[in-house]
Structure formats: structure tokens, C-alpha cells
Design a protein around this ligand. Structure first.
Ligand SMILES: Nc1ncnc2c1ncn2[C@@H]1O[C@H](COP(=O)(O)OP(=O)(O)O)[C@@H](O)[C@H]1O
Ligand SMILES: [Mg+2]
Length: 283
């Protein structure tokens, strides 16, 4: 019987759906609470916990480090270490998208508070500042003028964690009050939704309401190209609609949440995810 691991640090609706899907497909579903895992290089440690693992940690760094360990053990992980590592960082994703000619908002980067302020003053406002590592819209803020920029940069210089020194400054896309999420599996778009919200951020976790969206045509094609740019696996491709340029990909999510999209899309997303994990098992 194929053993499919679901690695988590918080058992959300999504992880329960995946465990159920694995069982209903006749697999052995192996829940792995990464917070309790003991790992090491010594002999006798590290029996493979499953034949393939869907890595679903909320914490990017926890998930990434556990992924490196699974790959050390020879266990296929979705997503692969290199994909997870890239997608957890918005700067790395923006660069790859641009390099592969996937339409994406123009973004400036700076590596000190002084350089960030200079970039803002020369490019002009408004801009969106984002933490390079983060999700659920946390810390994503429009900077409408110099006063807002000064305040945000000042806070960053006080907290001064290593990532606070990396400034990601993006053009504000003149979009309707919604964005688009497309889920891709192995470069194939399988489901899409609009997320609408009145505030600046449209994340479902920030109150964005999911609505049905077709994943065919241009949208699906751009999502596939974004998946190819970052290395594939199971991804959440986030896009905004620009009135002139069409859809722009602004983010590729590595451990994609799919509770909202499941409410509005016909596709059996957890079923497809488990089937993909089974296809990754080493023969
Ligand atoms: N450049 C932008 N122009 C307009 N709105 C944006 C822009 N970037 C992000 N947003 C809004 O903020 C939300 C969160 O930004 P996002 O880059 O997806 O960060 P997170 O990883 O935290 O979800 C987006 O879903 C979108 O609604
Ligand atoms: Mg997002």
C-alpha cells in the first residue's frame, strides 16, 4: 500500500482534506507533525516516514528545513527543496518570473534603509512594500507618500531582523478590487478563483471572498508558465488584472491553501494533490 505523508505544523482543514483523500484512494495516510519529528544524520535514525510527502507547514522555515531532511532520506517531497526555497521569497520569484517573460509587476529591490528611500524618492509614489518572506497579506502596505515610507523604514531599522534589510518595492497595479488565484499541479492549471475585498489586500485570510473563475485560456497559460519558471510541483499562482497589460503574476505560493477555492471550483483539489504525490513515488 502506498504511504502518503502529510507533513504539517498545524492541522488545518486542508491537511484533514488531504488525509481523507489519501485514505479514500486506498493509500495509507501518514500524518506527520513536524513539530515532534526527530531528525539526524546518525545510523538508526531517519526511517522514511512515507513513500512520498506533501509538505504543508505554515512556517516557511520549518517546512523548508524538514524538506531538506526528507530529500536527504531519499523521500520525494512536494514541493521539492529548490522550489520551496524559491517560492518562499518574493524577490526570488519576481526575478525568475521576469527572466522567463511571465508578466509580473515591476519591482525594485534595495538592501539598506538609505537605498530604499533613494529608490522610492527617484521612482516616485505610490509603491507597495512587502516583506520578502511572509504570507496572508501580513506587512504588505501601500506607501502613498514620503511620510508613509519614512515611518515603515523607521520600524524596519528598529526591528532590524536580517530580512528587514531587504526592501521589496513594487508598483501599485491599477486592478479591480480583486485578485486571482490559480492552482497548478505539475504545470497544469486545475482550479481558479477570484478573491474580492474592499481593502488593499484581497487575501482570503484578510477577508477576501472567493468567487468562481475559469482557469482556461490566457489565465491558465500564464499560470503554467509561472509554474515552469519556478520549477513546478503544486503551486498557488496569484495574479492581478492590469487594465492595459492583462494579468500579472505577483506571487507563487509553495504550500497553497485551497479551502476557499474548493468552495467555488468543481475540481477535487485534495484528490488531485494526492494523486500527484502518488505519481512522484520512486518506482
Ligand atoms: N502591486 C500591487 N498592486 C495592488 N495590490 C497589490 C499589489 N501587491 C499586492 N497587492 C494586494 O495585496 C495582497 C497581498 O499581497 P501578496 O503579494 O499576495 O502577499 P502575501 O504573500 O502576503 O499574500 C494581494 O492579494 C493584493 O490584493
Ligand atoms: Mg498573496
Amino acid at each position: 500500500m502506498t504511504r502518503i505523508g502529510i507533513a504539517y505544523d498545524r492541522l488545518r482543514t486542508e491537511e484533514k482534506m488531504l488525509l481523507r483523500a489519501a485514505r479514500s484512494m486506498g493509500c495509507e495516510a501518514c500524518p506527520i507533525d513536524v513539530k515532534t519529528v526527530r531528525a539526524g544524520t546518525g545510523d538508526g535514525r531517519g526511517a522514511a516516514p512515507a513513500d512520498a510527502v506533501l509538505e504543508r507547514c505554515v512556517s516557511y522555515y520549518r517546512g523548508l528545513h524538514y524538506t531538506s531532511y526528507l530529500e536527504f532520506l531519499g523521500v520525494p517531497v512536494i514541493n521539492r527543496f529548490d522550489v520551496a526555497s524559491t517560492c518562499g521569497n518574493k524577490m526570488f520569484v519576481s526575478l525568475l518570473l521576469k527572466k522567463r517573460n511571465v508578466p509580473t509587476p515591476e519591482t525594485d529591490f534595495a538592501f539598506s534603509s538609505g537605498a530604499a528611500l533613494e529608490a522610492l524618492e527617484s521612482a516616485g509614489y505610490p509603491k507597495v512594500i512587502k516583506p520578502v518572506v511572509g504570507s496572508w497579506g501580513r506587512g504588505v502596505m501601500p506607501l502613498r507618500d514620503r511620510d508613509a515610507a519614512d515611518a515603515v523604514i523607521e520600524i524596519r531599522t528598529v526591528t532590524d531582523s536580517p530580512l528587514d534589510r531587504i526592501y521589496y518595492l513594487q508598483e501599485v497595479v491599477d486592478r479591480p478590487p480583486r485578485d486571482i488565484r490559480v492552482i497548478t499541479i505539475d504545470h497544469e492549471p486545475v482550479a481558479a478563483m477570484y478573491r474580492s475585498a474592499d481593502g488593499f489586500r484581497t487575501n482570503v485570510s484578510a477577508g477576501g471572498a472567493p468567487q468562481p473563475c475559469e482557469h482556461t485560456g490566457d489565465l491558465g497559460e500564464i499560470a503554467s508558465r509561472a509554474s515552469e519558471a519556478v520549477g513546478g510541483g503544486i503551486l498557488g499562482i496569484d495574479m492581478m488584472e492590469d487594465p492595459v497589460r492583462g494579468v500579472l503574476v505577483h506571487e507563487v505560493n509553495n504550500t497553497v491553501e485551497f479551502r476557499g477555492i474548493s468552495e467555488v471550483a468543481d475540481a477535487d483539489i485534495p484528490g488531485m494533490m494526492v494523486r500527484y504525490a502518488v505519481s512522484c513515488v520512486r518506482k
